[in-house]
Design a protein around this ligand. Structure first.
Ligand SMILES: CC(C)(COP(=O)(O)OP(=O)(O)OC[C@H]1O[C@@H](n2cnc3c(N)ncnc32)[C@H](O)[C@@H]1OP(=O)(O)O)[C@@H](O)C(=O)NCCC(=O)NCCS
Length: 176
C-alpha cells in the first residue's frame, strides 16, 4: 500500500466540496457488484444524492465520515452512525465501507475499519454493529478484524444484478 494514502475524518464542508469523488467511489462499488443498498445502473447523480443526504448528519456529529485519500484523490470511505436513542449512547453502526476496486486487497479496508472503530470509541461508542452480504469481501474483512457474527437472514437484500442474497449481521465490542 503506497505511503501516500492518508486515512482521515472529513467534516461536512469538505464532504460537500468533494461530493463527486465520494459519489464516484460508491458508483464504482455498485458497478463491481457490491450489495450496498443500490441496484445496477446506479448513476453518479444518484450517488451524489445519497451523499447529499448524509451531510446534515455529518454536520451535526451524528455521523462521522472517514475517507482514504491517495494524493489528491479520494479512494475509500466508511461512515459511523451514532445511535440516537437515549438508551443506546454506547452504540454505533458502521456503513459504506468502500475501497475503489483497483486498490483492494492492499490493506486499505483494514485501515479504514480501524480508523472507524477508533473514531467510534473516541465518541464513547463501545458496541458497533453492521451487516453485509454473506461470504462477500466485506464479510471476510470483518471476520479478519475480529467482528462477531450474530445472525443471518436468507434473501435479505438484492444484489445489484437482481439476485436475492443472504445478509450476515456482525457486532464488535470495543475495549481499551
Ligand atoms: C470490503 C472492502 C472494503 C475490503 O477492502 P480492501 O481494501 O480490499 O480490504 P483489505 O485489503 O484491508 O483486506 C483485509 C482482509 O480482509 C479479507 N478480505 C478482504 N477482501 C477479501 C476478498 N475479496 N476475499 C477474501 N478475503 C478478503 C482478507 O482477510 C484481507 O486480508 P489479506 O489481504 O491479508 O488476506 C472492499 O472489498 C470493498 O470496497 N468492497 C465493496 C463494498 C462492500 O461490499 N463493502 C462492505 C459492505 S458495506
Amino acid at each position: 500500500m503506497p505511503d501516500s494514502i492518508a486515512v482521515r475524518r472529513l467534516d461536512a464542508t469538505e464532504a460537500e466540496a468533494r461530493i463527486s469523488e465520494l459519489a464516484a467511489v460508491l458508483v464504482d462499488a455498485v458497478a463491481h457488484g457490491a450489495s450496498v443498498n443500490f441496484m445496477a445502473g446506479f448513476s453518479q447523480g444518484e450517488a451524489e444524492g445519497f451523499w447529499q443526504g448524509q451531510l446534515p448528519g455529518i454536520a451535526d456529529g451524528g455521523r462521522r465520515l472517514i475517507v482514504a485519500d491517495h494524493g489528491a484523490r479520494l479512494v475509500g470511505t466508511v461512515i459511523i452512525t451514532l445511535a440516537p436513542q437515549p438508551n443506546a449512547a454506547h452504540r454505533a453502526e458502521v456503513g459504506k465501507m468502500l475501497v475503489l476496486s483497483h486498490l483492494r486487497r492492499q490493506g486499505l479496508g483494514r485501515r479504514l475499519l480501524a480508523a472507524a472503530e477508533a473514531s467510534a470509541f473516541a465518541a464513547g461508542r463501545t458496541l458497533l454493529l453492521l451487516d453485509t452480504e454473506s461470504d462477500s469481501a466485506g464479510d471476510r474483512l470483518y471476520r479478519s478484524c475480529d467482528w462477531i457474527e450474530y445472525g443471518r437472514v436468507p434473501g435479505h437484500a438484492y444484489t445489484p444484478d437482481g439476485r436475492l442474497a443472504e445478509t450476515t449481521m456482525f457486532y464488535k465490542r470495543l475495549v481499551l
